[in-house]
Write a protein that binds this ligand. Structure first.
Ligand code: UTP
Length: 294
């Protein structure tokens, strides 16, 4: 498979689990410490070698476009005040060689539909998908440890296959995920035989759940065009992946790193505490606070 250059960020979901905040703020703009979830996701895509980022938004989500745009007034005020550290933070949301493209998903018809909306921008090449509300942390950029998408892109290139990020989840939670049945080919990779969307624990083929990272061939777009609404009346990406399995190789990959499900409140709290405990300026005070709570 050719080198990964484009990454799609579906950010058009309704984010109902964070209402009322998500009445006006996209879920992906919720912060973990001082950075929104989408910044962690973009950093991971850039770490994987992407130079084109495709955001699939709904018409209410201007904040994401604004966030990656130049903030003229703020930047000139910070420059005048000589606050160069803050200026660097504001200007550092996106490296210069990376471009952003925004496409609209007119209606929230499901993740598969959102990915299909990116087809005109992605064109004829493999691409990555990152769901920013799944924060996967393998150390900061510059730590020397590759992000999850970089690990997956390397496997996709080497094995000439689509790659799905997977993680073991407790059996009782299989109904919340796409679950794979896969045959191991190495320590972290397995060839997918079957994917099932949100199976009940008693019929789930395993407890290996697909989480928010994918490397997919362009063929997935044609398959999505022919995918009928599935679970929940939505066009499911998992259903198109099931079709892809019949014609080409798809691997499940157990990434190195820690995933925080920031699509729900507890996950966002856990991610925030994790980052605070890793931050030299916050670690001691956070630990003291937590110890005091028992
Ligand atoms: P979720 O299943 O987490 O749904 O979507 P949601 O609407 O964002 O959140 P809740 O469940 O109502 O709280 C998974 C990912 O797919 C995107 C979301 O933005 C999220 O990144 N998505 C989902 C779309 O872009 N469009 C859709 O139609 C559905």
């Amino acid at each position: 498979m050719p080198r990964l250059r484009k990454v799609v960020f579906p950010v058009a979901g309704l984010g109902t689990r964070f209402l009322p905040a998500t009445k006006v703020v996209a879920k992906e703009m919720l912060p973990v410490l001082d950075r929104p979830l989408i910044q962690y996701a973009v950093d991971e895509a850039v770490d994987a070698g992407a130079d084109t980022l495709v955001f699939v938004t709904n018409r209410y989500k201007h904040a994401i476009a604004d966030y990656f745009d130049k903030a003229y007034e703020l930047e000139s005020k910070l420059a005048q005040a000589g606050k160069n550290d803050l200026l660097a933070l504001v200007q550092g949301t996106l490296p210069k060689h990376v471009r952003c493209v925004f496409v609209t998903q007119p209606e929230a018809l499901g993740l598969g539909h959102a990915v299909l909306c990116a087809k005109p921008v992605v064109g004829d090449e493999p691409f990555g998908v990152i769901l920013a509300d799944d924060l996967i942390w393998n150390g900061a950029a510059g730590s020397g440890r590759p992000g999850a998408l970089r690990q997956m892109a390397a496997v996709a290139e080497r094995e000439n296959a689509g790659v799905l990020a997977v993680e073991e989840v407790p059996r009782e939670q299989t109904g919340k995920y796409g679950i794979v049945d896969a045959e191991p080919i190495s320590e972290r990779a397995a060839r997918v035989r079957l994917v099932v969307e949100k199976p009940k624990p008693e019929v789930a083929p395993s407890n290996l759940a697909i989480v928010g990272r994918y490397v997919l061939p362009e063929r997935i777009f044609e398959l999505l065009e022919n995918t009928r609404p599935g679970a929940g009346g939505e066009i499911q990406l998992t259903d198109a992946i099931e079709d892809l399995l019949h014609e080409s190789s798809v691997l499940a990959y157990r990434f190195e790193g820690t995933r925080f499900d920031c699509g729900n409140k507890l996950g966002l709290v856990q991610a925030t505490l994790h980052m605070a405990l890793e931050d030299p300026a916050l670690a001691a005070a956070t630990r003291t606070y937590l110890a005091g709570r028992g």
